[in-house]
Design a protein around this ligand. Structure first.
Ligand SMILES: [Zn+2]
Length: 427
């Protein structure tokens, strides 16, 4: 069997791994880069209106024959680990004759992103897979493992072919709301793994002050109980674990979580997957502000907005109960409040990756709103990675999804097999 890491051996983002056996060929993930060749943030405008040939030449799209639209397909399937753009963001270029295998939750979130124009990938040919239920693609047998990650319904894959066993960790952690999945892998790991392709996002990164989703929930609860400000909270509308933590803090501190219609729609779409995901009609701790913006208009046009009518709260109504509110931050919501001079006695809880803070900090500073950082990583800490490696005990570890592959020998006992981007190795 042959392995090629098209991208991700030496960086976080743009993940794409190829496995080829005698008769079959699959790709795992097909992501958008997060950084450019200088390790500066990737400029997404770079791919707008560019031809495929130019993007391949620029090294943004991998040079894979038989993958793209208009070519005779020479790839049997693409496996998606989870709905983060650095794992699926280039799929709009792929020939829709090639099936894409993903989890139910992954499909729902990618569909929402397509509906709102965040991506051009329209899910023409997808096959949803069941966790822990093996399926076949050519001579590959693939078993999806549900894992704990900030991306919803994320999967790792056990891939077997020609007597070899490969475990692709995908992105995962052991300190989220589904940490039991991590514990289960430690207790009952996949056996006799030849190659563990292991993410290492946290290598070279600080763990931060709050380590688990429960820490986030507890800290937010105690702040909300103490303070009488109006709270905004900045987090991704697709980070379901975090929305659950915030909702639970609101329940415990007797606050109301005010969502925008876009976020409420995402939660509604995932209702059939988990009954633990907060819904707009759950009662007194959750309401919706129909903030006038492009997303809300789009939902009004296709009538989905009206489903949420019963939970609506107006700006006027919010004024008399400001000290009971936790408002999901968005560009248009904060701007709406600012335009009405409604940001006095307000605190922002910033609950996402530090790297995005610089773009919003000037706004909050201008309105004299203090920023409290309460966040924990979507990725496994080094000690979690070590436990994972110890449990699986693979013959070889292949570094992936990391800026520091050279640090793997420092942290992990066992043989590290370094594979460079674009290098093809026999395994
Ligand atoms: Zn991810």
């Amino acid at each position: 069997m042959w392995l090629t890491i098209h991208r991700g051996a030496e960086e976080i983002g743009g993940t794409c791994i190829e496995l080829q056996s005698t008769d079959s060929r699959i790709l795992i993930d097909f992501g958008l880069p997060l950084v450019d060749e200088n390790r500066d943030p990737f400029d997404f405008r770079k791919i707008k209106n560019k031809s495929r040939e130019n993007l391949i030449k620029a090294g943004i799209l991998p040079a894979i024959k038989g993958l793209y639209k208009g070519e005779q397909p020479a790839v049997d399937a693409i496996l998606l680990s989870h709905p983060h753009q650095d794992h699926y963001g280039l799929l709009s270029f792929v020939n829709p004759e090639i099936p894409v295998y993903l989890s139910h939750g992954c499909k729902e979130l990618i569909e929402v992103s397509y509906f709102f124009g965040q991506t051009g990938y329209d899910l023409k040919n997808v096959k949803t897979v069941e966790k822990w239920k093996p399926f076949k693609v050519g001579d590959f047998t693939i078993t999806p493992y549900l894992v704990d990650h900030s991306g919803f319904d994320a999967l790792a894959f056990l891939i077997e072919s020609e007597g070899k066993k490969i475990f692709y960790s995908g992105d995962f952690r052991g300190h989220g709301r589904k940490s039991v999945l991590f514990d289960n892998i430690l207790k009952n790991p996949p056996k006799n793994i030849d190659y563990l392709i292991l993410e290492g996002s946290m290598l070279g990164r600080d763990k931060g002050r709050y380590h688990t989703e429960t820490d986030i929930e507890n800290e937010l609860t105690s702040i909300l109980r103490k303070e009488s400000d109006l709270f905004f909270v900045a987090c991704s509308s697709q980070n379901i674990d975090r929305l659950v933590s915030i909702y639970r803090a609101c329940v415990r501190s007797n606050h109301i979580f005010v969502l925008d219609p876009y976020t409420a729609l995402i939660l509604h779409k995932l209702k059939k997957i988990s009954r633990h995901i907060p819904q707009f009609d759950w009662g007194k701790n959750i309401r919706l502000f129909f903030v006038p913006n492009g997303y809300t208009r789009k939902m009004a046009e296709d009538k989905s907005l009206f489903l949420f009518k019963s939970a609506k709260i107006t700006y006027q109504e919010m004024q008399s109960i400001r000290n009971q509110l936790v408002i999901k931050d968005s560009h248009s919501t904060r701007q709406y409040f600012a335009n009405k001079n409604g940001l006095s006695n307000t605190t922002l809880v910033y609950s996402m990756w530090d790297g995005y803070l610089s773009s919003v900090k000037p706004f909050w500073d201008k309105h004299n709103v203090p920023v409290l950082k309460i966040h924990s990583s979507g990725h496994a800490y080094i000690e979690e990675l070590q436990k994972f490696v110890e449990a699986i005990n693979p013959k070889y570890i292949i570094p992936n999804h990391t800026f520091f592959p050279e640090k793997y020998p420092e942290y992990f006992a066992g043989k590290i097999k370094m594979v460079k981007d674009k290098e093809t190795v026999e395994i």
